[in-house]
Ligand binder design. Structure first.
Ligand code: NAI
Ligand code: MG
Length: 355
């Protein structure tokens, strides 16, 4: 089990340190885990001049899985686009071809009051959003800013091929088969051709999964339905840009960005695992960051890349246990709870895991 560990910037190193303690426990119990650390993002720019050094890319491509913290920070905001930390992230996703981004949005009962929606709307929420991650308008050519008819125009290309849509559709239907057998595909086919093709191909793939009930929804309505009645959804599948927006929206239903993990998978189960939040420069270096999203990303890694469901279940149970004990980092703190820092939260997870 070769894992490339890329802590990145800001709170990245702090939260990754706690996730590594979880891996250490499993290793001590006998799982053949090997980790190697690399540079990505702003720290890589500082050390090498580029956000994704060749050595890091090689490490990632040779590993079975990558565990990533977060990249970026104000110090790097004035860099040219090619050198920005976020470019390193887009590039590693593309090079690893991790096209299937799985973002579960689960509301833990202990955090019911942390959601901005009414408890009756969100209680029991458990959605899986599947976002296509390496295509769409984020990568389409041509793109740029140029002068036309005496003024500047900015342009990007929204593009999907049949094969790109088909492979993410299969992931979505298979995921739905393992859950409630309900899949909602989100597009904007009423105005965008690339998403008309999306709808056509998803509909065609559905014929291979007669046990899954497929519905289609336009993205603007989906955004509304997610806050109106989120529990109508189980698995959702959509393209890169709609998925980016809808998954952030869905994550907020569950209380804190510090709770949400993600898995980005290629066709062979190799994956890139990261919390969905960024480098949180406002709290970096203060020991305040919530490490649970990253620890839950380790659970997803064990489940999806290494088929270690029992270990993944144990990590998730340990997280539930620390929440049930009333331990809260600042982002999920409420009156009456016990406020803890990053390391103390890690201590509690390790204790629950080894109890
Ligand atoms: P952010 O997700 O870093 O922070 C948003 C807010 O959530 C902040 O108030 C932060 O303190 C809080 N927060 C985030 N993670 C937390 C955690 N684990 N525990 C407690 N609180 C947490 O988003 P922001 O501020 O827009 O971006 C900061 C930097 O991160 C930027 O440079 C941005 O480009 C980068 N970024 C990187 C991502 C990645 O590496 N995947 C994703 C999003 C942003
Ligand atoms: Mg986003």
């Amino acid at each position: 089990m070769k894992i490339a560990v890329l802590p990145g910037d800001g709170i990245g190193p702090e939260i990754i340190a706690q996730a590594l303690r979880v891996l250490d426990v499993l290793k001590a119990e006998g799982l053949p885990i090997e980790t190697e650390t690399g540079l990505i993002g702003g720290c890589a720019v500082d050390a090498t001049g580029v956000p994704l050094p060749d050595a890091t890319l090689k490490l990632a491509l040779e590993a079975d899985a990558v565990l990533l913290g977060a990249v970026g920070g104000p110090k790097y905001d004035t860099l040219p686009r090619e050198q920005r930390p976020e470019r390193g992230l887009l590039k590693i996703r593309k090079e690893m071809n991790v096209f299937a981004n799985l973002r579960p949005a689960i509301l833990y009962p202990e955090l019911a009051n942390a959601s901005s929606l009414k408890p009756e709307v969100v209680a029991g929420l458990d959605i899986m959003i599947i976002r296509e991650l390496v295509g769409d308008i984020y990568f389409g050519e041509p793109r740029g800013i140029e002068v036309r008819n005496g003024e500047k125009v900015g342009f990007n290309t929204m593009i999907y091929s049949e094969s790109e849509i088909r492979r993410i559709a299969h992931v979505a239907f298979k995921t739905a088969q393992k859950r409630s057998k309900k899949l909602c595909s989100v597009d904007k086919m009423n105005v965008l051709e690339s998403t008309q093709l999306w709808r056509d191909v998803v509909t065609e793939v559905a014929a291979e999964y007669p046990d899954v009930e497929l519905s289609h929804m336009l993205v603007d309505n989906a955004a509304m339905q997610l806050v109106k009645n989120p529990k109508q959804f189980d698995v959702m599948v959509t393209g890169n840009i709609f998925g980016d927006i809808l998954s952030d929206e869905a994550s907020m239903l569950t209380g804190s960005i510090g709770m949400l993990p993600s898995a980005s998978l290629d066709a062979n189960g190799k994956g890139l695992y990261e919390p969905i939040h960024g480098s949180a420069p406002d709290i970096a270096g203060k020991g305040l960051a919530n490490p649970l999203a990253t620890i839950l990303s380790v659970a997803m890694m064990l489940r999806y890349t290494f088929n270690q469901d029992a270990a993944a279940d144990r990590i998730e149970a340990a997280v539930k246990s620390v929440l049930a004990q009333g331990l809260r980092t600042a982002d999920i703190y409420e009156d009456g709870a016990t406020r803890v820092g990053t390391v103390e939260m890690g201590d509690a997870v390790i204790k629950a895991l080894t109890a």
